[in-house]
Design a protein around this ligand. Structure first.
Ligand code: DX5
Ligand code: ZN
Length: 220
């Protein structure tokens, strides 16, 4: 049985007050904090890196669910491990040749490995990473083109989630992009259990209510 994990995306937070924004989300009931690391190359946006994770780690014990939208994820493993990242999710599109080395390194630094796929990437691409000696422990199915918060959820991606859930009943399956009260039901029904939500949580009058609604929908 998989557990719901609600992960507010800190990309929608006030970066000038990151520590208090993180505390606020934990108090509102967040299970994880989703940290979007972008390099301005894999995606046309630039956000944060290991120094910010390191600073935030000094202020919170929360699980930091790092999503690496970068061309060379291997270059970030050691510094993010040292900084105190909890999860390290890299993109399959840039890791076809070195994912085994990547997963080993991520684990050796005490982080939990995950793999993400863009909307245009077929779900079959991640199968090899779920087999063998060093499998990834989570698959992140992007439900928008990576790069920016506040985009529209792509329901067509639910076929990937359903296919993964049928094949891997206990796998953590994360969805990211456009999730909120109006889209959670299809995602949960398809089998997603880790829910990233940026604008729908930070833009809400009562973020705590949105977080508990998301959790309740996964549990149904
Ligand atoms: C987009 C990021 C997401 C983003 C989600 O590239 O991976 O985590 O912050 O934001 P919303 O929930 O607003 O779509
Ligand atoms: Zn993300």
């Amino acid at each position: 049985q998989v557990e719901p994990k609600i992960a507010p995306s800190m990309l929608s937070s006030d970066f000038a007050n990151l520590a208090s924004e993180a505390d606020r989300m934990v108090n509102f009931g967040a299970d994880w904090l989703h940290m979007d690391i972008m390099d301005g190359h894999f995606v046309p946006n630039l956000t944060i890196g290991a120094p910010v994770i390191e600073s935030l780690r000094k202020h919170t014990k929360a699980y930091l669910d790092c999503h690496l939208m970068v061309t060379n994820p291997l270059d970030y493993v050691d510094q993010l491990g040292k900084a105190g990242a909890s999860g390290f999710t890299f993109h399959v599109e840039v890791s076809k040749d070195n994912w085994q080395e990547l997963v080993k390194r991520i684990k050796s630094k005490g982080m939990r490995p995950g793999v993400a796929l863009k909307p245009g990437t077929a779900v079959e691409e991640v199968y090899p990473l779920l087999e063998g000696e060093n499998p990834v422990e989570m698959v992140l199915v992007m439900t928008v083109e990576p790069g920016f918060g506040g985009q529209k959820f792509m329901p067509d991606m639910m076929d990937k989630v359903r296919t993964l859930r049928e094949k891997y009943p206990t796998l953590d399956i994360e969805v990211d992009g456009g999730l909120g009260p109006s889209t959670i039901d299809v995602a949960a029904a398809a089998g997603a259990n880790c829910i990233v939500a940026g604008s729908s949580v930070f833009g809400a009058q009562e973020p705590a209510q949105v977080i508990s609604l998301l959790r309740a929908s996964v549990n149904m």
